[in-house]
Design a protein around this ligand. Structure first.
Ligand SMILES: NC(=O)c1ccc[n+]([C@@H]2O[C@H](COP(=O)([O-])OP(=O)(O)OC[C@H]3O[C@@H](n4cnc5c(N)ncnc54)[C@H](O)[C@@H]3O)[C@@H](O)[C@H]2O)c1
Length: 277
């Protein structure tokens, strides 16, 4: 069976194009830019906007000889704070059209790239032994975070009304290697990303789940791995092993909240709009 990856040309999409095929999945792609020919798994790629139903139909419909799509990994969208019009077009309209296309084509399993910024104004645990649970209620830190809360709510609606199975991954910082001190706690390695997505695609008893997308990060992690384990995957990587030279920098005000710098005044509506982003 085949998996459609939206946003396949991007950072997270590229990690999955290079790794998910090894887990036995045939892959197909949709992105508004061309998917690079960079050694990732081969797969028919549709270039188009995720809010465009015609392009989505093209991506979902199996051509002669292709496997039917059985699941979607929905990554396409605006991946950081931006003016509302930008966030709305990609993450609100785009995510709605994605779910509608899945429904039209009889696809019921979706892995949705949510974000820690859906709950960014949640205080971090003070006690190092405490982990924040996978199902924290919404506390978005930006309009971007609001759009991820929307995506999670839309997912829940399609589960309850149309029998979908959806895992919403509240991803921390997914990159090849951690880049800053915060990521000692929040890093999601490419290998753990792949294991988590594969688990979410296969989990037999999945109806709806919000799950932290984070590596094991022993000694630093603030987030529970219970949800990840319930999907059948045990995260293994540790940011501090990948970048031993990174040193935790306690004391920054934004460090006390899950969303880090996104919770600061710099990411207010006026500030982001004024920057013209
Ligand atoms: N990378 C992380 O640490 C992280 C953390 C939390 C959540 N996420 C989420 O994961 C997803 C992927 O993030 P990323 O870091 O790979 O971002 P990215 O910008 O590298 O990739 C996003 C991809 O989506 C495509 N895209 C954007 N708008 C589109 C549209 N309207 N139609 C079709 N394609 C569109 C872009 O062309 C790009 O290839 C996003 O939804 C992001 O919010 C990522």
């Amino acid at each position: 069976m085949a998996v459609l990856i939206t946003g396949a040309a991007g950072r997270v999409g590229s990690m999955l194009r290079h790794r998910l095929g090894d887990r036995g999945w045939a892959l197909r792609y949709l992105d508004r830019v061309a998917v690079p020919d960079d050694g990732g798994a081969p797969g028919r790629a549709v270039v188009g906007d995720v809010a465009d139903p015609a392009r989505l139909d093209e991506a979902f419909r199996a051509a002669d000889g292709e496997d039917a799509i059985s699941a979607v990994v929905h990554l396409a969208g605006q991946p950081t704070e931006a003016p509302w019009a930008v966030v709305r077009a990609a993450n609100i309209d785009g995510t709605f059209e994605l779910f509608e296309a899945a429904r039209r084509h009889g696809v019921r399993r979706v892995v949705f790239a949510s974000s820690n910024h859906a709950v960014g104004f949640t205080p971090r645990p003070g006690d190092e032994d405490t982990e924040l649970p996978d199902d924290l209620p919404p506390r978005p830190d930006t309009l971007y975070g609001v759009s991820k809360v929307f995506g999670e709510a839309l997912a829940r609606y399609y589960v309850d009304r149309y029998g979908f199975s959806v895992a919403c991954l509240r991803i921390g910082s997914c990159r090849e290697a951690p880049e800053q001190a915060r990521e000692l706690a929040t890093w999601l390695s490419p290998a753990d990303l792949t294991g988590l997505v594969d688990g979410a695609l296969r989990a037999a008893d999945l109806t709806f789940a919000t799950v932290w997308g984070v590596s094991a990060n022993d000694g630093y992690r603030w987030w529970s791995l219970d949800g990840t384990r319930a999907l059948g995957y045990r995260a293994v990587d540790r940011a501090a092993d990948r970048r031993p030279e990174l040193v935790a920098e306690p004391g920054l005000a934004s460090d006390s909240l899950v969303g880090g710098v996104f919770t600061t005044d710099r990411f207010g509506i006026d500030e982001v709009g004024a920057q013209g982003r």
